[in-house]
Design a protein around this ligand. Structure first.
Ligand code: DX5
Ligand code: ZN
Length: 216
């Protein structure tokens, strides 16, 4: 069964506590928290103060996805805010290896995200240092976009790389995950499904989270 990580980017920010409670009582495994800087991606979302509050509202894993340039400037702040997993973009890091070590030295698990155009082979030299790869299946910046089918081939390649190296690393798929495409994504080798619109625009979000878990 895949881990389900609903993205709170699609939550109701006026009723964030209600949505946190719904996720706490659901089969959701992680809270996926999308941070945007208006520079790495053409959008802004939420940041540290919001994450500090969400941290107090849940005991589940806080999976923080930084879509920001120079993430090393904020690593410590996100550790203090309560991130369990901190994911930085390969495309946003000049010194990715150093950034990964910094994340781990602060007691968090380290993730690396790659955009749709980035080859997963570029992760080979940091693979043994990380806990998670986030494969973007849309261009980051917005919820509610359509899944890019080519991602399935990238999942299979990455799964092969991880298995050949004998490593235990999560493959997280982020963007456009639906009840329809989840089985193929998991069959290709992913084990964490991020879902924003599919969960929060559903008539019954709790049932949808359960369905994603069962389908995958
Ligand atoms: C996109 C974010 C995603 C997004 C997913 O930039 O990283 O986490 O919220 O939303 P959906 O599932 O609606 O594509
Ligand atoms: Zn995300």
């Amino acid at each position: 069964m895949p881990l389900i990580a609903p993205s709170l980017l699609s939550a109701n920010f006026l009723r964030l506590e209600d949505d946190c409670r719904m996720l706490n009582d659901s089969a959701a495994d992680w809270f996926h928290l999308d941070v945007m800087d208006g520079r790495f991606v053409p959008n802004l979302s939420f940041g540290l103060p919001v994450i500090e509050h969400i941290r107090k509202a849940t005991k589940k894993v806080c999976d923080v996805h930084l879509m920001i340039l120079e993430p090393e400037r904020y690593t410590e702040a996100f550790a203090k805010a309560g991130a369990d997993i901190l994911t930085v973009h390969l495309e946003a890091c000049t010194h990715l290896h150093r950034n990964i070590q910094q994340i781990k030295s602060l007691g968090m698990k380290a993730g690396v995200a790659v955009n749709p155009h980035t080859r997963v082979e570029l992760l080979q030299d940091v693979l043994e240092d990380i806990d998670l790869v986030c494969l973007m299946s849309v261009n980051p910046g917005f919820g509610g976009q359509a899944f890019i089918p080519r991602t399935l081939e990238k999942i299979r390649t990455l799964r092969r790389m991880i298995d050949e190296a004998g490593l235990n690393i999560h493959i997280e798929i982020d963007g456009g995950v639906t009840l329809e495409n989840a089985p193929a994504i998991v069959a290709a080798g992913a084990d964490v499904l991020v879902a924003g619109n599919t969960v929060f625009r559903a008539a019954d979000p709790t049932a949808t989270i359960q369905a994603l878990k069962n389908l995958g």
